[in-house]
Design a protein around this ligand. Structure first.
Ligand SMILES: *Cc1c(COP(=O)(O)O)cnc(C)c1O
Length: 354
């Protein structure tokens, strides 16, 4: 009755171990829907990996991980004066990210012993201190006797390949020169979206720095063949051309079967199947076509007998209606069919890890 994520545990855990070994100083990122696994599960897994720190996206996510992971908890969203107060226990474990000069004295006033990472803005232009603001912030933090400076954060856009025009290295080196020119103590830099080759380069260029990669996707979702997503066939109905079906009583454009599978909008099943295709032209042509085939059906992310099937109508909240043409085998009730999902936007009913 469910949308299920099945994990080949041995493969998955093997990949996690290899990734942690390949990335010394690794900070696993556990945020959002926990990359499909839930935050609690990722927190326990990170503890099993033996890391000393994990990163959450927001302060609201701390409660889901704090009891399951005993180490330090880096919050990626920058601290703001409207951030809720932390319990005494949490405040010793949480590492705040500060990205505006004015937030630094405010946070120190609220918690003189706060643990703080200073974020330096990158070409992403999301958060962080502007050029010229980092060195003064480092001095303010050093002068605040009880507070604990934990280094500088650099959040880069997604890499488009090592060494090429889209490489991060030029930008990272520019930012690192700025960081190195400050009196930062400890000399720790938290980076995102650098691959192992970039990290190796950076470490050899700045041997007195400790480089800590913050990684979510390539850690949790890097072993794609260890993960399988399936939906359950719940029902099927023969339909003749012209027969009405669905919420709006649409007439079937030809005969076949309506097949009902588990998985709908509440799970994050969307109208467009995720293609992983980012090119604007591909997007535009999909929109131009309305994503529809000749019968006016939209492609679904559900696959039956190796073929991606059509939605008979937009997904419902917890189930989806598919249209199967006459020549296709009709799956039996209870059968599992493959689904392509965006793991970071999907809520599974069941997660089975072997
Ligand atoms: C989400 C996030 C990450 C992890 O990103 P992935 O692409 O999943 O590895 C790292 N750093 C920051 C600041 C983030 O917000």
């Amino acid at each position: 009755m469910s949308l299920t994520l099945t994990v080949d545990g041995e493969r998955w855990r093997g990949h996690l171990r290899r990734t942690a070994t390949a990335l010394p100083g690794l900070v696993p990122v556990a945020k959002g829907n926990g990359y499909g696994f839930t935050l609690g599960r990722l927190a326990r897994r990170a503890h099993w990996l033996g890391v000393d720190t994990i990163a959450v996206g927001t302060y609201h996510e701390l409660d889901d991980v704090a009891a399951r992971f005993p180490g330090s908890l880096l919050v990626l969203s920058p601290w703001r004066p409207f951030t809720p107060r932390l319990s005494a226990d949490l405040s010793r474990r949480v590492i705040h990210t500060v990205g505006r000069p004015s937030d630094l004295p405010d946070l120190l006033a609220r918690d003189p012993q706060a643990r703080i990472v200073l974020e330096r803005r990158t070409s992403m232009l999301r958060h962080g201190l502007a050029p010229g603001e980092l060195a003064p912030a480092v001095r303010v933090l050093a002068a605040a006797g009880q507070a604990s400076g934990e280094g500088v954060a650099i959040h880069l856009p997604l890499s488009s390949g090592t060494g090429g025009a889209g490489s991060h290295l030029a930008e990272v080196h520019r930012l690192m020169r700025e960081v190195a020119a400050t009196d930062l103590v400890p000399r720790t830099v938290w980076v995102s979206h650098l691959d192992t080759a970039d990290l190796t380069q950076l470490r050899s260029a700045y041997p007195d720095f400790s480089i800590r990669p913050r990684v979510g996707t390539t850690l949790w979702l890097g072993a794609r063949d260890a993960l399988a997503v399936t939906a359950t066939v719940l029902d099927s109905h023969r339909i003749e051309r012209g027969d009405p079906f669905g919420y709006r009583g649409r007439a079937a454009p030809r005969s076949g079967h309506i097949v009902i599978v588990s998985g709908g909008t509440a799970h994050g099943i969307g109208l467009e199947s995720p293609t992983g295709e980012l090119s604007l032209r591909a997007r535009a042509s999909t929109i131009a076509r309305g994503g529809m085939d000749a019968l006016g059906f939209v492609r679904s992310p559900f696959t039956i007998d190796g073929k991606q099937r059509l939605f008979a109508e937009p997904p419902h909240m917890q189930a989806s209606m598919l249209f199967l043409p006459d020549n296709a085998r009709v799956p039996v009730v209870g059968e599992q069919v493959a689904v392509r999902v965006r793991q970071t936007a999907t809520t599974f009913d069941r997660i089975v890890i072997s």
